[in-house]
Design a binder for this molecule. Structure first.
Ligand SMILES: [Zn+2]
Length: 267
């Protein structure tokens, strides 16, 4: 015992002097009591050992050392360091339901209209994206909001006609003269891979037309908005998935958009 005292205070000498050791102890006790009394009055600076200790010993009446009300006695460490949550960006997405508000789109001999499928699939996609907390605009084909439209991504949903017996597959395209080709190539890649993985439909590169690469909305929206158009499948040979399994179709689109906006998950 006396050894440790001697180390901390070498002036008080000997191991053979219990009286000196006792006096030192008494001095220490008086010192500690003095500190305990003076500290709340502000005469002695408090060195924070941990954030919760500061909050606990902080006087209720005096000016706050830390801008937190006395009403929160035990705030978490993060709240002390960063009382306001950092401003974060809410993703904004535009989904064009192809031909909606305009025309029927492709029409099959039995009366099945492309606009019906596009609308139903777009509704599902919008619902899934909103469930993620994203801001989603459901747009008509010639929606006036498309002019100068700014968002993290715009996707127009269409389907191929009944006029190609034996054709199966989907297509994704961006503007042929894109202002942001790097970004839009990633968008096309994400949509193509995830849509294929989810639906099992092949990518049909052969029937990408000017209708897609010169799609009117590409040239109406803001140049900084990445945009693409998807033809979800052929209304004849791919009818089963387009009509009966629209949730799978929508999920493939959503996963492609998530890939683009939040990064790869599982390819
Ligand atoms: Zn169409």
């Amino acid at each position: 015992m006396s050894k440790t005292i001697n180390r901390s205070k070498p002036v008080t000498s000997s191991e053979s002097d219990p009286w000196a050791a006792g006096l030192l102890l008494r001095v220490l006790v008086v010192l500690a009591a003095g500190l305990a009394l003076l500290a709340p009055l502000g005469f002695v600076p408090i060195i924070p050992v941990s954030t919760s200790a500061v909050a606990a010993t902080q006087p209720q009446s005096g000016p706050a050392l830390i801008p937190l009300g006395a009403s929160t006695p035990t705030p978490g460490p993060l709240a002390l360091v960063n009382p306001e949550p950092a401003a974060f960006h809410v993703i904004r997405v535009g989904i064009v339901a192809g031909h909606v508000g305009s025309d029927s789109g492709a029409v099959c001999p039995d009366g099945l209209q492309e606009v019906q499928l596009n609308s139903q699939i777009a509704d599902l996609v919008v619902g899934m994206l909103r469930a993620r907390g994203w801001n989603v605009d459901l747009l008509e084909e010639f929606d006036e909001r498309l002019t100068g439209y700014q968002a993290d991504v715009l996707l127009s949903i269409h389907a191929d006609s009944c006029g190609y017996a034996g054709k199966t597959g989907f297509k994704v395209a961006r503007a042929e003269s894109s202002y942001i080709p790097g970004s839009e190539d990633i968008l096309v890649s994400c949509l193509s891979r995830y849509y294929h993985a989810r639906t099992g439909l092949p990518f049909d590169a052969n029937t990408i037309t000017f209708d897609m690469t010169r799609y009117h909305a590409f040239y109406e929206i803001d140049q900084s908005t990445p945009a693409a158009i998807i033809e979800t499948g052929f209304m004849l040979d791919d009818r089963e998935i387009l009509v009966e399994r629209q949730d799978v179709v929508a999920l493939g689109i959503v996963e492609g958009l998530v890939c683009f906006l939040e990064g790869e998950t599982a390819p």
